[in-house]
Ligand binder design. Structure first.
Ligand SMILES: Nc1ncnc2c1ncn2[C@@H]1O[C@H](COP(=O)(O)OP(=O)(O)OP(=O)(O)O)[C@@H](O)[C@H]1O
Ligand SMILES: [Mg+2]
Length: 391
């Protein structure tokens, strides 16, 4: 098929040609936005799930929807390293100023927003100072974490005072939220909490790895009640089939049912894999409808692409010792092995491996679905590691 017309989008946060299987989350958010227009304020939302499952795409979709409904929207992304922390704080400050400016242009509200932009600038000065101090080589000067909470609260309150009479709202969309630094996260949770109590139209909508709900709960016990939590999982078979079929049909093509079944089954319904196999079958099929032989070829090509890109981009991020830990996990052949068993496979003890386990969790490679158990955050990672070791 014509390569130029290939509609599939394997990648990070790329808007898929058909965003399938997320109606529950989209409807819940639509309702939140609709109710906010009547000044009925619900809780913010948290989306969590494995790598490549479509969190960023969904978060972007929701932000776009809120924006089109007259909200002030700001998007930021958490980063794990200490230099990343400074960058995130600076981005937040910058995005606030930019977002306010964009909003005032759209809503033609110059005067009232000028004051807010000035306030956001002040906030950015404070944040930048705190941010610049987060440096691995230099000792961190004492910056009172309370400051950022107070500044943020003041800013959010002032923004909400302008937005509320207009039946508008402020949405802060945070990707990779598990990687926000503790001070900023604590400040955000505190402000969201206050917003809920005081009827401010402020909503945090966060996305992150499966450990995100636990990270929030560890930060503030009330976080459990503060948000509507939603697990973003692989797509059900019908949705996975639509995610492949609809973009092809939009170009006048189709799949035979055997071909479609093979790709749905092989992908396990994981959006990233669906896009990769969809792209491959489009590229290799001589014509449409796509047939079983095309699908089998696409599985081979798609898997090679995954082995060259999606998996190594995670694997290469691990330190040698973390890789040993991941390799030991993969030898056990269980989805959620006990940490003690992984330690044993490494010839060590739970205590002896707790440090490497923690660092791999911080790096977002693995997570703990329940106490004493561990699992990959990347679907199919164990098979990938086993494939590497056979080579
Ligand atoms: N609902 C969906 N239906 C079909 N394809 C989707 C869907 N959601 C996302 N995709 C596609 O899946 C891929 C992964 O999406 P995305 O980057 O949003 O995942 P993610 O969960 O944010 O991954 P990561 O944890 O690595 O950041 C992209 O190529 C995107 O176009
Ligand atoms: Mg993402």
């Amino acid at each position: 098929m014509d390569l130029e017309l290939n509609p599939f989008t394997p990648g990070s946060g790329l808007r898929p040609p058909a965003l399938e299987g997320r109606n529950d989350q989209i409807e819940a958010f639509d309702l939140l936005v609709a109710r906010s227009k009547r000044r009925n304020y619900d809780r913010g939302m948290i989306l969590s799930g494995l790598r490549g499952v479509g969190k960023t795409s969904l978060l972007n979709y929701l932000a776009h929807h809120a924006d089109s409904q007259g909200w002030l929207t700001i998007s930021i992304e958490g980063r794990p390293s200490s230099s990343g922390i400074a960058a995130v704080r600076n981005t937040l400050a910058q995005e606030l100023s930019l977002g306010l400016r964009r909003y005032s242009r759209k809503q033609r509200l110059k005067d009232s927003v000028d004051d807010l932009i000035a306030l956001a600038r002040n906030f950015s000065v404070g944040v930048s100072v705190a941010g610049a101090s987060v440096n691995v080589s230099a000792p961190r000067p004492q910056v009172d974490p309370g400051d950022i909470a107070i500044d943020l609260e003041e800013l959010v309150e002032a923004i909400c005072e302008v937005l509320r009479p207009r039946n508008s709202a402020f949405g802060l969309f945070i990707d990779e939220m598990q990687d926000l630094d503790q001070d900023l996260l604590t400040a955000l949770l505190a402000v969201q909490h206050k917003a809920n109590q005081r009827q401010w139209p402020f909503f945090v909508v966060g996305a992150g790895l499966p450990n995100l709900p636990a990270v929030l709960a560890d930060c503030r016990s009330y976080a459990e009640r503060q948000f509507l939590y939603s697990t973003i999982g692989p797509l059900a078979s019908v949705d996975a089939a639509d995610a492949l079929r609809l973009p092809v049909q939009a170009h006048g093509g189709d799949f035979t049912s055997e071909a479609l079944d093979v790709l749905v089954e092989t992908s396990g319904g994981y959006p990233y894999f669906l896009q990769e196999y969809g792209k491959a079958i489009w590229n290799i099929a001589p014509g449409t409808p796509f047939e079983l032989a095309d699908a089998l070829g696409a599985v081979e090509v798609g898997r090679r692409h995954l082995d060259d890109g999606f998996f190594p981009s995670r694997w290469d991020r691990a330190t040698p010792r973390e890789r040993k830990y991941l390799a030991a996990m993969s030898t056990l052949g269980e989805d959620q092995p006990r940490s003690a068993k992984v330690a044993e496979a490494m010839g060590s003890t739970a205590a002896g491996t707790s440090e490497v386990r923690d660092s791999a969790i911080k790096r977002g490679l693995i997570w703990s679905p329940e106490r004493g158990r561990i699992a990959f955050t990347v679907p199919g990672m164990a098979d990938f590691i086993r494939r590497q070791q056979l080579d």
